[in-house]
Design a protein around this ligand. Structure first.
Ligand code: PRX
Length: 649
């Protein structure tokens, strides 16, 4: 896409200021205070980060703040710390030892509260289970679990001994597990007999069994009993969580890890067919998630913080687990669907546990809007004081609905822009210090120096659309793509000279507020989840009947973007509605239900340039139902376009 195609459709509306009541207790109370700290973080990073790092625990203090050998960053060099220690042990020396760390509600309605002491004990026990099975610092472990406290316990146990976790979202398929096992070379899988979703049991262990028929290298599988569903247990390989934890002690010292020790690998979609393993390390990631949670969510000891993201996504890592616990906060985990058994489940949970901060995705907000105002109205939402959104641009209508019906016009909304790769929030408004503009993420967080530039890297004037880049490395930047440093360099530092390239289009307004337009590569944002069109295409062509496939996004009022696949079939295969369903199911098996195309259109040929490149731009225009306005002079065969338009009608 060229820079001139980046047009922000979000128009500027009203500005919203935080109330005096909110400002009174906020960590940061004015635009001047925000500006002062931001300037310091950019101009005097040594001073800024030295102060921040003193709020964390170090076994050995760092000696050099950072090193930048593009594209590789290191932070807090020479230091030794431990993320689990910072999330747990650090709080055991104060009254927080008996504070709720995790409040959990299962989909069937079961509840559990784990205090910091409880959570510490469970993490230590499970860390000993890992050790008992031969896991050492640096080994990779896959976690494929429902949203239950044990998912967080498993993550923290890995962090405690220096094993690198790779959490795979429970909605991904067996094939996705195989790909990630092969890439990460994990030695162990931690899973459950099942998890609850919309009243049904998701067969997690069965998917692991299917994957392990093909993937090699996994020596042990630990299985949590969650649903009581019968599962096959392979002698010698599979072990029950409850049996293993009963055998070990609850004492396990946290390993003293180098600041750059790998903490986790999280797979995310890119513009090629293969998901990339984004690697995050210890101290920089900890500092980033700790500080953003503190300031963006204005966290206080009295808060009950609910980030609704699954731990299978980066938001679940950074805010449900690490950022929240590093701050000694109370974090809420809910296992199931927002509309189970009825569309008021979120509001019921907020009223029941007196949630004060809610962080969720625009796609969920749009779904709530559709389900109707009567559902939140049934519940007392007076405990809420701050709202947040993440994952995609929020349309002002949804923002206003969230403000009025959930925040009851009392709660500031923080729209947080960031990525799996950035580790923590990059652009947002600090709730007590800045005004918000519905539809704009806002201003750079501390230490972040973003800009909107053209292809040559020159900064563009206000309100001109361009590429969003970050000019300086920050502590929680991804360190590399696991096993593929060349791809890391090419994708993030090869596009525009000397800056981190986000892959997003953006404009910055006269107040310096960033307005994200969306992805400019072949990555879609469907219901807040990143889906690479190339992945779906390769899943489609892996079906015997498909000759060629091209996937594009079309605007969708609920999901943000919907996935449309244009498919040509092999000769002799007839296009039928049943085949559409078969192909959708095939993608579900190859990747997971979230990647199933919303629409499949069979076509005799795809529009291509003379050099054979599929012209997705044209497909996008067709999928969106509009006229093909763009330049078609490079199209090899114009009749294809005519045919595609005719197919549509
Ligand atoms: O396009 C941006 C969009 O989501 C992408 C990152 O996706 P992922 O790595 O899955 O992480 C999602 C959760 C952090 C970005 O490149 N995005 C994320 N947050 C926002 C957003 N777009 C606009 N506004 C946001 N607040």
């Amino acid at each position: 896409m060229s820079q001139t195609d980046i047009v922000s459709l979000q128009k500027e509306g009203k500005k919203f200021k935080p109330s005096a009541a909110f400002i009174k207790h906020a960590h940061l109370k004015s635009a001047a205070a925000y500006k002062k700290l931001h300037t310091e973080s950019i101009k005097q990073p040594q001073k800024f980060w030295t102060r921040v790092s003193k709020e964390l625990h170090w076994f050995k203090p760092w000696t050099k703040l950072h090193e930048w050998r593009e594209p590789f960053a290191k932070w807090f060099i020479g230091g030794q710390t431990n993320v689990a220690y910072n999330c747990l042990d650090r709080h055991l020396t104060s009254w927080r030892r008996n504070k709720a760390a995790i409040i959990f509600e299962g989909e069937p309605g079961d509840e559990r509260v784990l205090t910091y002491t409880d959570l510490h004990r469970e993490v230590c026990r499970f860390a000993n289970v890992l050790k008992a099975h031969g896991i050492k610092a640096g080994d990779r472990i896959m976690i494929y679990m429902p949203m239950v406290p044990e998912a967080a316990i498993a993550m923290l146990a890995c962090a405690r001994i220096g094993a690198t976790h790779t959490v795979v979202f429970g909605g991904f398929s067996a094939q996705s597990i195989i790909d990630r096992l092969q890439d990460s070379q994990a030695k162990m899988v931690i899973t459950a007999d099942g998890g609850y979703r919309r009243g049904a049991v998701v067969a997690l262990k069965r998917n692991v069994d299917d994957a392990l028929k093909q993937a090699t290298g996994v020596e042990h599988v630990i299985v949590l009993k969650r649903t009581g569903t019968e599962v096959a247990m392979q002698e010698g390989r599979d072990h029950w969580w409850h049996e293993e934890t009963a055998k070990v002690s609850a004492v396990c010292p946290a390993a003293k890890l180098d600041s750059e020790h790998p903490l986790f690998i999280l797979y995310t979609s890119g513009s090629t067919g293969k998901p990339k393993g984004v690697l995050h390390t210890t101290a920089g990631y900890l500092a980033g998630t700790y500080l953003t949670t503190k300031y963006v969510f204005d966290i206080k000891d009295e808060d009950t913080f609910w980030c609704t993201a699954d731990v299978g996504w980066v938001t679940g890592h950074s805010y449900t687990v690490y950022g929240a616990l590093a701050n000694g906060a109370t974090t809420v985990m809910y296992e199931g669907a927002p509309n189970w058994p009825e569309p008021d489940r979120f509001w019921r949970i907020i009223a029941k546990y007196k949630v004060t901060i809610l962080y969720t995705a625009p796609t969920a907000i749009r779904a709530f809007m559709r389900w109707g105002d009567q559902w939140p109205k049934k519940h007392d939402l007076a405990s809420l004081r701050l709202l947040g959104t993440v994952g995609e641009p929020i349309n002002p209508e949804a923002w206003l609905w969230y403000h009025e019906h959930i925040g009851q016009k009392r709660c500031p909304i923080v729209d947080t822009w960031w990525q799996t790769e950035t580790g923590s929030i990059m652009i947002t408004t600090l709730p007590g210090a800045c005004f918000t503009k519905p539809g704009s993420a806002g201003l750079p967080f501390f230490g972040i120096d973003p800009a909107v530039v053209n292809k040559e890297g020159s900064e563009l004037p206000a309100n001109v659309g361009g590429f969003l880049v970050v000019r300086k490395p920050w502590p929680s930047i991804m360190r590399t793509i696991h096993g593929d440093p060349e791809r890391f360099k090419r994708q993030y530092f090869g596009e525009i000279p000397n800056v981190y390239f986000t892959g997003d289009g953006c404009r910055r307004d006269k107040d310096g507020y960033f307005w994200i337009v969306g992805r400019i590569d072949d990555v879609l944002n469907v219901a807040g989840h990143r889906i690479g069109t190339a992945e779906v295409e390769s899943a489609l062509v892996s079906n015997q009947k498909v000759a060629e496939a091209a996937c594009v996004g079309r605007p969708d009022s609920l999901k943000g973007q919907a996935l449309v696949a244009f498919v040509t079939l092999k000769s002799g295969i007839t296009a039928t509605p049943e085949l559409k369903e078969e192909l959708r199911a095939h993608v579900g098996v190859q990747i997971g239900p979230i990647a199933k195309p919303d629409d499949i259109r069979f076509t005799a040929a795809l529009p291509k340039t003379r050099s054979g490149k599929i012209m997705r731009r044209l497909l996008k225009e067709i999928a969106g139902g509009g006229d093909v306005k763009g330049d078609t002079t490079t199209l090899e065969d114009l009749s294809v376009l005519v045919q595609l338009k005719a197919d549509e009608e």
